[in-house]
Write a protein that binds this ligand. Sequence first.
Ligand code: ARG
Length: 471
Amino acid sequence: MANKPWDGRFSEKTHKDVEKFTSSIAFDKRLYAYDIEGSIAHCTMLAEKDIILKKEAKTIVKGLNAVRKEIEKDQFREDDRLEDIHMHIESRLTEIIGKPAQKLHTARSRNDQVALDVRMYLREECKNTIIYLVGLRKVLVDMAKRYIDVALPGYTHLQRAQPVLWSHHLMAYYEMFNRDTQRFQEGLKRINVMPLGSAALAGTTYPIDRALTARLLNFPEVSANSIDSVSDRDFAIEYLSAASICMMHLSRFSEELILWSSSEFKFIDMPDAFATGSSIMPQKKNPDIPELVRGKTGRVYGSLMTLLTIMKSLPLAYNRDMQEDKEPLFDAVDTLNASLKIYNAMLPNIKPIEENMFKAANEGFLNATDLADYLTSKGMPFRQAHGCAGKAVGYALKEGKELHELSLKELKSISNLVSDDIFIFLTIEQMINRRVSEGGTAKTNVSAAIRKADNTVKKEINMIDKKLKYV
Ligand code: ARG
């Protein structure tokens, strides 16, 4: 082992520290299955085009499968002198099958090889991300259905604003995760491009068939420009950017779950199975899952920044800097998928404390806008109505009452347009159900949005189950 494939022109042995410093095997080992699959396709294509003998190709494929088995069984020796997973596999292949192994790297470079491996890896993981997102959207739709009538205060500036349905609030997250799903699907198209055959950067003199390699590896298209193919990491940056946005959504959701489960809000009960205790304070039940998801958001943003920074000044084409893409990418993928997975499991077990939500929506003059709207409906211009409702709030505050607790006489003293039908307008139910403008919180709207989302998600799940082209 450990004769370097590139040491022909070197007269000095590589310094030990250099070997350790340049090695990436510790982290790129996880690309092994894609590397072997890519090599098998490449070698099949070489044989098909008579660039190597069919007999040699057969031996190589057999050998590669043997190497795969060894790695799967953890019987694989790592050696920094062999730098990366590509050279480890080739070197072990040479040990197993001898001479024919030397033909595998014909018409290929590690530059297009690593681009292929990362694309194959990310294609798989991006599909997993999409599957988790579809699952999460299903969970949200089911919760919105189950708790369709639960009302709570909606907030702006974290101040109680107007009552909304909790289902409407949950469906707001559905919309965010729906956009995330679309972003990953869109990004998948650009991940799913086959770079092999670009060789080092200029293409190759051998009569290769890139379309055949692409077909063998299930890629719908081949990359157009060999220089771009080996120096492009846009597809990874796009994934990281979509991942960052998705983590931002999860983080906002986490923040709300943390607030809602606090004694100050008491809007939800966090399931015991998804909370942890304190080592000193016996009464504590902490929302560690949402807190960790909120914290992990920083890691994913960090990965995006790392890749953008690695790439920002690189001259074309491949530069070794690009080896630094893997750890942040792997970490972000693992972090996002783990966060989505735990949310899928945790959310259905969260229970709203309906009476506390309702009580909060019933306090704090959340019906002031509705009083103004009422006056407007009786002919008063809105700005003037706003002023009147403001006066009513001031008066009620002094009296220590809510608007709906004032007497008809008291309300009439604010404007003589008020009559006894006012009290219906000031109830939570009316406040919610009269907001029928498109996308508003009225139950009829929310039910329709849930039905639509339910259909969409069911179709997507069906396509995933049938392994159709959806992902
Ligand atoms: N380990 C390298 C990487 O991940 C593979 C490509 C190496 N290419 C080279 N010319 N040294 O980027």
